[in-house]
Design a protein around this ligand. Structure first.
Ligand SMILES: C[S@@+](CC[C@H](N)C(=O)[O-])C[C@H]1O[C@@H](n2cnc3c(N)ncnc32)[C@H](O)[C@@H]1O
Length: 327
């Protein structure tokens, strides 16, 4: 195989109106993209990373681009499929199901697996998707049809569970009271749109609801918590980390990018556990549990965006990239 490549164009040229990908050069570098390699982009979005990988693996590399959002699948097909008829396959699927999907398509195992977690700019920008508290839309927030709309979730969730979701996924202080207010408003028919929810949060949000309340809009974290819950984002991320040894070929790499601490913790601990799964007491002279390392954590501290990239693309400010090499 040829040596690792770099991006063919300047990194910011992969941005489209749909989404501006983060850490593009770093993704190509840490995936170790080579001519002829086979790659899974588990979060295709607008196809920016997909395109960079296709270019960096020319002329023989192939990419399976996957997204649970049919709109993303349509976008990547429309934009890139004609350009790469032989080297690109685009599928609608959840990356938590990657082992099954790859097996069915005959693509397993791959040389590199990228996950660029979270939401795309398109999902946030489209009011009808219900992700944003800045525009009025339905209480939806589904990344794809495999998730449950927020409206339905609020109709069936118990107050105790909602309070736990707000506390755990949004670090909302006073989560019990917030959960009660949300469910009461829903029952009264006063909670139908993202604006209703945002207004309710603002009305009920003294600064004590969150330590960062002065610097961010009070609705940010409630929306984040509900989005994570209905899309079961952390569950799928855990499934993906655990599936790395099955999905990625020996010597191949997984590069996962996160945008908040809950995701990063799962990736960091998950990678560490794959590298060193032994759970024997530390005073035991030799491992007795028989757990076998699945590979190596390639970077101790996550890679973050340069000041220049963070300035051009504010979303890149919270991006953290970690890489794992399967043995
Ligand atoms: C940050 S965007 C990816 C942007 C993409 N890297 C690009 O260059 O445009 C995240 C994408 O991942 C998708 N996604 C999130 N969770 C997913 C999951 N569990 N399975 C498949 N796709 C997922 C979202 O629908 C969204 O399109």
């Amino acid at each position: 195989m040829a040596a690792n490549k770099s991006t063919r164009q300047p990194a910011d040229s992969y941005a489209t109106a749909y989404h501006a990908p983060v850490l593009v050069e770093e993704v190509i570098k840490w995936l170790g993209v080579t001519d002829g390699g086979v790659y899974l982009d588990g979060t295709a979005g607008g196809g920016g990373h997909t395109q960079a990988i296709l270019e960096a693996s020319e002329p023989g590399g192939r990419v399976l681009a996957m997204d649970r959002d049919p709109r993303a699948v349509e976008e990547v097909r429309n934009r890139l499929q004609d350009q790469y008829p032989e080297r690109l396959v685009v599928v609608e699927a959840n990356y938590g199901d990657a082992p099954r999907v790859l097996e069915e398509l005959g693509w397993a195992p791959v040389d590199g697996w990228l996950i660029d977690a979270g939401v795309s700019s398109h999902q946030l920008d489209e009011a009808q998707r219900g992700f944003s508290f800045q525009s009025e839309g339905p209480l939806d927030m589904r990344m794809g049809p495999d998730a449950m709309p927020v409206s339905q979730y609020l109709d069936q969730v118990e107050q105790e569970e909602l309070a736990e979701v707000l506390k755990e996924f949004g670090e909302i202080r006073g989560s019990w009271g917030m959960a009660k207010a949300i469910l009461e408003a829903r029952e009264d028919g006063a909670l139908e749109t993202t604006k209703d929810l945002s207004d309710l949060i603002v009305r009920r949000s003294p600064p004590r609801h969150h330590p960062k309340a002065k610097s961010i809009h009070p609705a940010t974290l409630v929306f984040q918590a509900l989005r994570i819950a209905v899309n079961r984002e952390l569950t799928h991320l855990k499934e993906a980390v655990a599936a790395i040894p099955e999905v990625v070929e020996g010597g191949g790499r997984a590069v996962f990018i996160s945008f908040h601490s809950l995701e990063d913790r799962i990736i960091k601990h998950g990678f560490r556990h794959l590298a060193d799964p032994c759970r024997c007491p530390p005073d035991l002279p030799r491992c007795g549990c028989g757990a076998v390392s699945k590979g190596e954590v390639l970077i101790r501290k996550p890679v973050t965006a340069s000041d220049e990239e963070a300035q051009k693309n504010p979303r890149a400010r919270s991006a953290k990239l970690r890489a794992f090499q399967v043995s």
